[in-house]
Design a protein around this ligand. Structure first.
Ligand code: CA
Length: 236
């Protein structure tokens, strides 16, 4: 996965637990208990995000925020004690992205780190998934999987699925879908769309999903319009 997080925290126990949770999410982790060393590391190492305890013994936390955000454009997630309201406000003024108040759940900190990185770090941009991870559509690599099993699609099926999943919940007309397969070269007949949708359903649905009376296909028929992608998108 990649992505490097610098954890700046003078309490060793917190440092270690954060390292554990962040490494578990596939990130590489640097740690230090000193603000001065953090500023030095920011200049020397490739860091994608800083998790920063504002209450450091040597340097005011906001100086580290300033160096990371203003100097290098690196996002900062601050860890602050409840009493450090003023420090937190100063940190946010320096451009810190977010903060978590102590005591915190390390799992929550790791989740926030991944969220910030998925917005800021293109290498970590998340791949769209639907229906609670049931279906994955990786447009860059042209890979589709259902329940973690890869699915082979023809070019036309892939184009239709991409059109449907980039507008989840929205009904798309047969002509609009036809344009995805053969732009400007069709004779008005859209029967081929129905054939491809039938094949897509066979490949993507759980067995028995389209039994009579219970249309629970991932692709729903919208009467007299066309089709709609039925799985809700997951929020990463
Ligand atoms: Ca501290």
């Amino acid at each position: 996965m990649g992505g490097c997080v610098l954890v700046v925290e003078d309490e060793r126990k917190i440092r270690d637990v954060l390292r554990h949770y962040l490494e578990h999410r596939g990130l590489s982790v640097l740690t230090t208990g000193s603000g001065a060393e953090a500023i030095d590391l920011l200049d020397r190492a490739h860091v994608d995000l800083v998790v920063l305890d504002l209450g450091l013994p040597d340097v005011p936390g906001e100086e580290v925020v300033h160096r990371a955000v203003r100097g290098l454009g690196i996002p900062v997630l601050m860890l602050t004690a409840r009493a450090e309201v003023e420090d937190r406000i100063r940190g946010l003024r320096q451009g810190a992205t977010d903060y978590v108040t102590k005591p915190f759940s390390p799992r929550e900190v790791a989740a926030r780190v991944v969220t910030i990185l998925s917005r800021t770090c293109t290498a970590l941009r998340s791949i769209p998934t639907f229906g609670g991870g049931r279906l994955t559509v990786d447009a860059d690599r042209r890979l589709v999987s259902v329940d973690d099993e890869p699915v082979d699609l023809t070019v036309s099926e892939w184009r239709l699925l991409l059109a449907l999943t980039t507008r989840p919940g929205r009904p798309l007309g047969r002509v609009e879908l036809m344009d995805q397969i053969r732009p400007a070269h069709h004779d008005g007949s859209t029967r081929i769309v129905d054939t491809h949708i039938k094949n897509l359903r066979r490949k993507l649905d759980r067995p028995g999903a389209t039994e009579p009376g219970q249309d629970r296909s991932v692709i729903e028929t919208v009467t007299s319009v066309g089709y709609r992608f039925a799985l809700p998108p997951d929020h990463h």
